[in-house]
Design a protein around this ligand. Structure first.
Ligand code: FES
Ligand SMILES: [Fe+2]
Length: 433
């Protein structure tokens, strides 16, 4: 539970708000790389700011304010020319650094253009996403996710619009217990991943442990498995709006088994405004190509070319009561994405956290909110918030492990097993019938 004031702090993201300025101290995905061609600018809305992306002469993404600094025409209708973006109204040419390079209507020799300082943010392509830094001061180091240095075939990326505040979706990622209800299939044949479905159905009350890390939180969720065994899933919250976990299988289970411990999924929830956000999803496999076709056609089959789900509040998410009797707990088809969209949007546009009753399964949610509030406090005091990394500082993501593994039932999750854990020892998956 948060006070109304604290809730405002962590949910408001426009420029100048404490929460929004804190989010801006981190590199954020602002588009899929595939959305931005060489010759067509792309309008993007990020945290209430109207911006436009374009590619410069070298093909590098550039992110600038969408309203032309002359008389505010939308620059996404402009022409990509001479390494910049030219407004279609009077031909001003803007660079990716926010400089005005040409003002064709002004007299020769005029210095007027040198006075123009247009909004501009650093941006780059990494792993199929365009990341941007929209904060004050010098941009920190980019987070060092392993997928950022691998061939692009090792990742699959997509985004989905969710019509609610970013934070409630962020919270859903670090809430391991909801798997046993929201994502449970009543018929094993319906489950995309039947092994996981057996596990979450067998034990709907996992033991949940959480520890703080330099990048955020590490969660352990242990469920009963075969006699004398438990199955542990380790997932992570990554400051301030990302998470990593085992999502849908990395290759189609019908084409062959791949140990999911060679990869994982990352979600970022990036506000469009305070009432909607893009959920960027990236699936990464370290030892070979991800089965992109399988990813697209299993979890994202319903998502249109506009990255929107046909299931909305207006059509009550097409919830099917017959399906709820026969095949799935929530009656929304096979995609976890649809289930999560309903659950988080149905909390309201901005969840009022002053009326909640948080239980033992909400420990990570409580700790995450504390970390966000502390990050805001640090930023306001002139300090770098946690996981804003500068050159020379250790790389916190080296400590990040995503794991699904069977352990002895009496394993002390935060004790000897984890303290002595060697990431190279990650075993294969084994779940009881
Ligand atoms: S409004 Fe863009 S050049 Fe005039
Ligand atoms: Fe979920």
């Amino acid at each position: 539970m948060l006070s109304r004031e604290q809730n405002e702090l962590v949910t408001r993201t426009s420029k100048g708000t404490p929460g929004g300025e804190m989010l801006r101290r981190y590199w954020q995905p602002v588009a899929l790389s595939s959305e931005l061609s060489e010759d067509t600018p792309l309008p993007v809305d990020v945290m209430g700011e109207e911006l436009v992306l374009f590619r410069d002469a070298k093909g590098q993404p550039q992110l600038i304010g969408r309203a032309c600094p002359h008389r505010a025409v939308d620059l996404s209708y402009g022409r990509v020319e001479n390494g910049g973006l030219r407004c279609i109204y009077h031909g001003w040419l803007l660079s990716g650094e926010g400089r005005c390079m040409e003002q064709p209507g002004e007299p020769d020799g005029s210095a007027f253009k040198t006075k123009i300082r247009h909004t501009a943010y650093p941006a780059c392509d990494l792993g199929g996403l365009i990341f941007a830094y929209m904060g004050e001061g010098e941009a920190p180091r980019l987070p060092n996710f392993p997928f950022m240095n691998k061939p692009i075939e090792h990742t699959f990326v997509i985004k989905v619009l969710q019509e609610c505040n970013y934070l409630q979706a962020n919270e859903g990622n670090i809430d391991p217990q909801h798997l046993s209800y929201l994502h449970r299939f009543l018929s094993q044949a319906e489950a995309v991943e039947s092994e996981l479905n057996k596990l979450i159905s067998n034990d709907p009350a996992p033991q949940i442990e959480v520890e703080e890390t330099a990048y955020g939180l590490r969660l352990f969720a242990a469920r009963a498995n075969r006699p004398g065994k438990r199955f542990v899933r380790i997932t992570n919250f990554i400051m301030p709006n990302a998470s990593s976990f085992h999502g849908s299988p990395l290759v189609d289970p019908r084409k062959g088994a791949v140990n999911d411990n060679v990869g994982y999924q990352v979600h970022w929830h990036v506000p469009v405004d305070d009432y909607s956000h893009w959920k960027y999803t990236l699936a990464y496999r370290s030892d070979g190509p991800v089965d992109a076709e399988f990813q697209r056609n299993s979890q994202f089959a319903e998502i249109g070319a506009d990255f929107r789900s046909p299931r909305t509040r207006q059509n009550r998410y097409m919830q099917n009561r017959e399906e709820m009797k026969q095949t799935s707990f929530v009656g929304l088809g096979r995609s976890f994405q649809s289930h999560d969209k309903l659950a988080t949007e149905a909390q309201g546009a901005i969840l009022d956290r002053s009326v909640e009753h948080l239980g033992t399964t909400d420990r990570a949610v409580i700790m995450m909110r504390r970390q966000l509030l502390k990050a805001i406090e640090d930023m306001q005091a002139g300090r770098d918030p946690m996981f804003v990394e500068r050159d020379g500082q250790p790389d916190a993501l080296n400590e990040m492990v995503v794991l699904s593994q069977e352990v002895a039932a009496d394993t002390d999750l935060l004790g000897g097993w984890w303290r002595g854990f060697d990431p190279a020892s990650r075993g294969t998956l084994a779940i009881a019938e």
